[in-house]
Ligand binder design. Structure first.
Ligand SMILES: Nc1nc2c(ncn2[C@@H]2O[C@H](COP(=O)(O)OP(=O)(O)OP(=O)(O)O)[C@@H](O)[C@H]2O)c(=O)[nH]1
Ligand SMILES: [Mg+2]
Length: 417
């Protein structure tokens, strides 16, 4: 029997491939050279053990943890040609309850398997994998990405790409590059530029609401989500944990995070919450930095000093304009770090919210309407990399090399579709 560390060296991976949540059945893939050994650590077959489940066969049995059965399962050994070369691959069908699935995964992990995201195990195989721009590969990627699409627009976008919108455009670009057509490079540039929107539809950009305590961050989160998601209170320091939720604007999903107000001289618990806020702020693509429009500038200056220096798009949001006697004054952001624009809103009265939504959509606005109307969209990083390299070649005047790269990546399959 191999030891735990030998199994680890055999890089056995497991992943749940059914959607999260309660369901009738949960399916876990267990793959790798030592998959039989990992299965053997916890599978008790009714008629045969793990070693007896030969390729193409199935076995019924129980998954055991600390001597007790945790679930009843049916294990299928994938036919050899479906598994990556040299690997054993089992499909373990267990009961679909979230706890059952989680416990079976735990048993495999304890047996030496590494838990990986499902996309690492479920990939188009064969020629499609080697030719990422072939119509077959694009279709396979689009369909296998459907479970990740969390907005209607993302689903529509993938279905259009599965139907050939991207393949046809790549074929037209490739043909144009070969025959010297003027607009081929322009069309290629549009594909590469629009990739950000296609990718963001499946991997929503992170937006952080940050700023001093009591600025109205939680109120703004509720207003953007149009429901009472988080507690709002007049006492500063209300929010401790970062709260994340999904927001869709014009069909584009965003992960929006409310956070603890940034300030110093606080108790140990709040200090942990602030540290957490600062860490997550570094991961956000967009930061709305809120402050009370009536705040003393020194308060705003102190907390804005913690804004990360990185690539994030920052928008200063002067909130609570409804509490001003007169029209909102011009807010001078010059002393604040980062050259960022400022908008005035009232989160409570839902005024000025459209400006925030426009700011979020701005990087995608051009391509979003095209994509939602069924146009071509680049939706994987590999597609973007190849197309960006082809564009660079075309810009250097090497049009036939660019066409060659696209053809070599599978684009020739698309011609005539
Ligand atoms: N008048 C008015 N009050 C607001 C507005 N936005 C928030 N408030 C009030 O300001 C107080 C603080 O709001 P929160 O949303 O909890 O502020 P926060 O930034 O999340 O505060 P912490 O979680 O403590 O960091 C509450 O009493 C809100 O009702 C606004 O636009 N106008
Ligand atoms: Mg709050």
């Amino acid at each position: 029997m191999p030891t735990h560390s030998t199994i680890k060296n055999l890089r056995v991976r497991c992943s749940v491939i059914t959607p999260p949540g309660e369901g009738g059945i949960g399916v876990i893939l267990l793959c790798g050279r030592g998959a039989a050994e990992v299965l053997g650590t916890c599978f008790e077959g009714t008629q045969r053990g793990a070693a007896g489940i030969t390729p193409g066969r199935m076995a019924h049995g129980r998954i055991m943890q600390n001597g007790a059965a945790v679930d009843e399962v049916v294990v299928a050994h994938s036919a050899a040609q479906e598994a990556p070369v040299g690997e054993t691959c089992y499909e373990v069908n267990c009961h679909g309850g979230a706890v059952a699935v989680k416990t079976v995964v735990e048993c495999f992990r304890d047996g030496g398997a590494q838990v990986v995201p499902w996309r690492e195990l479920v990939r188009p195989c064969g020629p499609a994998r080697r030719l990422p721009l072939s119509s077959r590969s694009i279709r396979a990627s689009a369909l296998s990405s459907l479970p990740e699409a969390e907005t209607r627009s993302a689903v529509k976008m993938l279905l259009h790409q599965g139907d050939g919108a991207l393949s046809r455009e790549i074929a037209a670009v490739t043909g144009g590059l070969k025959n010297g057509s003027d607009d081929a490079q322009e069309r290629l540039w549009r594909l590469v530029r629009g990739a950000e929107a296609g990718l963001a539809m499946l991997d929503p950009p992170k937006v952080m609401l940050a700023g001093p305590p009591n600025a109205g961050k939680s109120t703004l989160l509720n207003t953007l989500l149009r429901r009472e998601r988080v507690i709002v209170h007049h006492l500063p320091g209300t929010t401790r944990d970062v709260v994340k939720d999904r927001l869709a604007i014009g069909g584009m999903p965003f992960d929006i995070m409310d956070s603890a107000g940034i300030r110093s001289g606080i108790d140990a618990l709040e200090a942990v919450a602030v540290d957490n806020t600062l860490r997550l702020m570094g991961e956000a693509g967009t930061i709305f930095f809120l402050f009370d429009i009536r705040d003393d500038p020194s308060v705003v200056l102190e907390s804005s000093a913690s804004l990360p220096p990185g690539e994030a798009r920052i928008l200063y949001v002067a909130n609570k304009t409804d509490l001003l006697d007169a029209e909102a004054p011009e807010v001078d952001c010059a002393p604040l770090p980062h050259r960022a624009p400022v908008v005035c809103i009232s989160a409570k009265k839902q005024e000025g919210i459209g400006k925030l939504e426009q700011f979020l959509l701005a990087p995608y606005a051009d391509t979003l309407s095209l994509i939602t109307a069924g146009g071509p969209a680049v939706f994987t990083r590999t597609q973007r990399e190849i197309l960006a390299t082809a564009l660079r070649l075309a810009e250097e005047g090497r049009r036939s090399a660019a066409a060659h790269l696209l053809t070599g990546s599978g684009a020739q399959d698309n011609v005539g579709q």
